[in-house]
Design a binder for this molecule. Structure first.
Ligand SMILES: NC(=O)c1ccc[n+]([C@@H]2O[C@H](COP(=O)([O-])OP(=O)(O)OC[C@H]3O[C@@H](n4cnc5c(N)ncnc54)[C@H](OP(=O)(O)O)[C@@H]3O)[C@@H](O)[C@H]2O)c1
Length: 327
């Protein structure tokens, strides 16, 4: 068994122990650090510039443009995204390959407006990377549509967006849909519906874990629905990567210092997304979970068809209730 597979298997085992969720989280993260340190020592990344918290989306966009794709950068902050596009154009020498479109995944209105604006462009979608995410919001918060933010942005936002664009994706086949999940999904044994709806029982990492398990389950449910087409759907864990995802953790000075030595730079963290988007090796593979550019064992719960369908129905009814103002 490779070191990667051994560490991954140890993480899954630890995460299944009946321990407090934060104890499991810290243990899983330490296991990631061990892998990163060994990986870096054995000749892994030395790209100091990319340790500077640029986010996994940046190198992913760069790789897709370099492969010849027109990249829509669907982001909520226009100024920041336009700065990043200028930098990407400079670094790649590709002008006009990157395009900003406004998208706030915490708002149905914004998601629907994005879908409509994209539809008007009459462009195909060959690769869809659901990369956006939020983690460890310290206190209970909700989206514009009154859904707990981790679940609302990480799962519901992507669900609504992908389902809104699915006819275009299907008409563009071959196409690949990639959902950036996380190994933290193993910190929960199931989707905890009562917890998600309970405003008074909030544990940030548990909310994140539920949302990331939902990413993997949605990917599998959609892969099943798209069987027989040339549209594949996969989910992945990018590794422990030095990005702004950790912005809510107290003691940011220590967090940034730890990023320099214990976390992967963002270009390494993007490697699995890029692999699933571009590699001919994964052509036709669907409904799988990946990490470090290799196939990994899915969370048991994510493979259960009846649970995937329960999540699908829950998601649709939560959206419908929100739209009717029932939440
Ligand atoms: N970094 C890790 O160690 C790690 C580990 C496992 C999984 N992941 C997953 O990897 C993905 C990428 O995260 P990252 O590490 O690159 O973190 P990041 O640097 O914080 O990037 C996350 C991106 O999501 C965007 N976003 C957040 N809320 C949004 C919203 N409501 N609407 C639209 N965009 C929104 C952020 O936009 P703003 O810039 O406007 O905030 C940011 O561009 C996430 O899905 C995360 O869960 C990361």
């Amino acid at each position: 068994m490779s070191l990667d597979a051994a560490i991954y298997s140890a993480q899954r085992t630890i995460a299944s122990f009946p321990l407090p969720v934060y104890v499991k989280f810290v243990t899983v993260v330490i296991a990631e650090f061990i892998f990163n340190i060994l990986y870096i020592i054995s000749g892994g990344p030395s790209d100091a510039e990319n340790r500077a918290n640029s986010g996994i989306g940046y190198p992913t966009a760069k790789a897709l443009a370099k492969a010849g794709y027109h990249v829509i950068m669907a982001c909520r902050n226009e100024d920041d995204t336009r700065d990043k596009i200028a930098k990407l154009e400079l670094e790649t020498g590709l002008c006009g390959s990157f395009e900003f479109m406004r998208l706030d995944l915490s708002s149905f209105h914004s998601i629907d407006a994005f879908t409509e604006a994209f539809r008007a462009k009459r462009l195909p979608i060959h690769i869809f990377v659901a990369n956006a995410g939020i983690m460890l919001i310290p206190t209970y918060e909700t989206t514009v549509n009154n859904i707990e933010t981790h679940f609302g942005v990480n799962h519901i936002g992507h669900f609504r967006l992908i389902m809104g664009l699915l006819d275009i994706i299907k008409a563009s086949e071959p196409a690949r849909i990639i959902l950036v999940g996380s190994i933290t999904s193993y910190l929960t044994t199931k989707i905890d519906y009562d917890y998600i709806l309970n405003k008074d029982a909030y544990i940030p990492i548990y909310s994140y874990a539920n949302s990331k398990l939902a990413n993997a389950m949605f990917a599998n449910a959609l892969a099943r629905r798209l069987k027989g087409t040339k549209v594949t759907v996969n989910s992945l864990h990018p590794g422990a990567v030095a990005t702004e995802l950790y912005r809510y953790i107290p003691g940011q000075y220590a967090v940034k210092q730890s990023h320099k030595v214990l976390y992967l730079p963002s270009n390494e963290g993007a490697a699995t997304s890029i692999y699933l988007a571009l590699s001919p090796e994964v052509e036709g593979m669907s409904g799988q979970f990946w990490s470090r550019e290799s196939l990994k064992t899915h969370h048991n719960f994510a493979t259960r068809v009846e649970e995937q369908e329960k999540l699908w129905k829950f998601t649709e009814s939560l959206m419908a209730d929100s739209e009717k103002g029932l939440r």
